[in-house]
Structures are given as structure tokens and as C-alpha cells.
Design a protein around this ligand. Sequence first.
Ligand SMILES: *Cc1c(COP(=O)(O)O)cnc(C)c1O
Length: 414
Amino acid sequence: MAVLEQLTSQQAIELENKYGSNTYHPLPVVLSKGEGVYVWDVDGKRYYDFLSAYSAVNQGHCHPKIINALIEQAKTITLTSRAFYNDKLGLYEKFTCEYFGFDKLLPMNSGAEAVEAALKVCRKWTYEVKGVPENEAKIIVCNNNFHGRTTTIVSFSSDSTSNKNFGPYSDGFICIEYDNLEQLEQVLKSNPNVGGFLVEPIQGEAGVYVPSEGFLAKAKALCEAYNVLFIADEIQTGIARTGKLLAVDHENVKPDILILGKALSGGAYPVSAVLANNNVMKVMTPGTHGSTFGGNPLAAAVAIAALEVVEDEQLAENAATLGEIFRSELNKYIKTSSVATLVRGKGLLNAVVINDTEDGDTAWKICLALRDNGLIAKPTHGNIIRFAPPLVMNKEQLLDCIDIITRTFKQFEE
Ligand SMILES: *Cc1c(COP(=O)(O)O)cnc(C)c1O
């Protein structure tokens, strides 16, 4: 079978099942093309994409400006390694630092790698600036967090599927309840060796949990009071997804360390970054961190284009406007529904809670029916469906999608 032969859905699924490590449980739909808010399967059927590759495709599939930057740079030079300078990295670092308001950027590839890099920056700062004794540094994390899949990161996951039998776990993390300021203060007060608080401004993977208003601002103030770095993992919530450039912008919080990934490339290439000011990033010196592909010129060119699209097309404003419509229309339906009980979220990062137990299969079945009706989405945790379309959607398309979603839910009403 030739690699470039056009497969049927069944063939593609069988190949993945037979030859791929079985780490995912995909919705059965085989995609072969994407443009803007749409994707197509191998039979040419069109769908609205309501996952956006976990918010990596905020700028829409195959955005022409991003793809053009990718192609032009790919024809010129793709990888130099950091053993030499290249003529794109510095431009990208300057552009991105100014864009988000930080002094310095540490370039990586995947989200998990950027989180790992941020943890290293934080620990080094904790010893070298805060003065905590060697090997005693602690970082506070939250229950039900999702920060990626590396061994250190899963060590402080509370999800047993993520970390069972991946021990022994890394030390140095203290887990508190999400959205609980008293616990945060308690831990800060009793642990002088804490150097950082790692938090998602909205817990996306956990099921789009939005913390109480004021939580982020008050948590940041507590971190300041105890000389602790506030580390925002905005890999999913950042880059216009929640209706502001960053989700922390809703509370005018400036993180000490900002972690970006996913939409930093608009889904065209793996690009992630850690941003911080000089007082923190100064601890990183030659040899203390690195990555062969991190900061490559292809990534740099793609990321600049991806961030320009966010500004040019005012994607944050659009996400804010459409998000309000999405939640208010869904709420009207939910009032009369026995299937959906709740919609929550910010901007175009939303979730609907399905009236079922956490291990029930109603949400999965609804996602299959949504697929049949031309819209693809996926349950996050059992009975929660996340709805996160590309931010280039227009109002007419959104209303069409709301119609599909409510019609599909109605198929499940008693
Ligand atoms: C997706 C995600 C990550 C991990 O990113 P990868 O690119 O999959 O490694 C980390 N944190 C958050 C909040 C995420 O949503």
C-alpha cells in the first residue's frame, strides 16, 4: 500500500489501531483537509471544528498568511540549531516580548517542554534569587491540573490515568485545591521554601473550570506578598481564546512567568515559549537549558505570522462577542433541557455539562451524533463536552452551529 494512497476511513482507523501506540481514544472521523472553521473527512463531508486541536488552531485551519510564512521560510532555511545564530530568532523574540510585554523569551517546541522549562527557571530563581537551601524548593500546583505528559509533570497530576505506573514521582510539588485562596495562603505561610505557583487561568482539560472572579488577581497578590513566582500556563487559554489576548488579562494580572504553546503557531508547527522579565530569566545561562529544534527559524517565522493574524483579525474581540452569544443561546436551551445542565466558559472556550454520571456514555454518544450532524467536538471528562471553535468564526456560522448543537441535544431528550 503506497503511503500517499487515498485511504477510506476504515483503512485509516485500522492502520492507526494496528501500528500506533494506543494512547488516544479518537472520535471515529478521519480528517484529510482543513480551512478556516471547517474540516473535511476522507469522503469529502464537511464539519465545523469545535475542538480546534485543543485550541492550537485559534487562527483557523491552514490560515493563508501562516502557511505562506511556513512555505517561504521552509524554502530558505529550517534549522540551524542554537550552536549558531539565525536571522529569524532574534526578530521573533523581540516581536513576541513586545507583544506580551516581557523582557525575555525562552523558545521551546511542545507545551509540556515549555512547562518543564518554566519549572526549571522557577527552581533556579528560587535558589539563586530567593535563597532557598539546595534541593528544598517547592512549587505549588492545583488539583485537577493539566500541564502535559512528561514524567515530572505527570508526577503532580491528580488524574490516575495520567500517572498510574509512571512512578517514582518527582519531588518538590505541593498540590492545593483550584480556586482556593485560603489553601494557597496557608501553604505559602507555612512553607518558606515555596518559589512558584503554577496555575491554569481556566482549567481546560479538567472540563473548562472558570475560577471565581478575583481569584487570579488575589492569588497573584499573595504570591507577591510571599515572594513567590506566579506562573501562568496559558497554553490553552492564551492567544485570544477566552476573549482577551491572555486569560489573566481579564483580571489585569501580569504573571512572573508566562507559558505559551498551541496557538502560538496557529497549529502549523510545534512552537512553545516561556516569557519572563530579566529579574527572573537572568538565572538562565549557557548550558542550563536547550533544545535542538527550540528557536529554529521556521518556528520563528510561523509564530510571528500567527501572532500577527490574531491582532490583524481582532480575534480576541471576536471570541468575546461570539462567546457571549454562545452561552446566552445555550442557556436558553438548557432551561428546557433534561440532557444539558450547564454551560460555562469565557470567550470561545466553553463546556456543556451533560446530565449523566462521570463514567456514563451520553456525552460520547452526543459527540457521535454531532459528528453525523456536521460538527465535531469531544468530551473532556466523561460527562463534559468542550466547545472551542477556531476564533475566525463569524456570527452567522456560530448561529448555524448553535442550531446544530441544540438540535442534536434534542435527539437525546426523553
Ligand atoms: C495542551 C496543554 C499542555 C501541553 O501541551 P503539549 O503541546 O500537548 O505538550 C500544557 N498545559 C495546558 C494548559 C494545555 O492545555
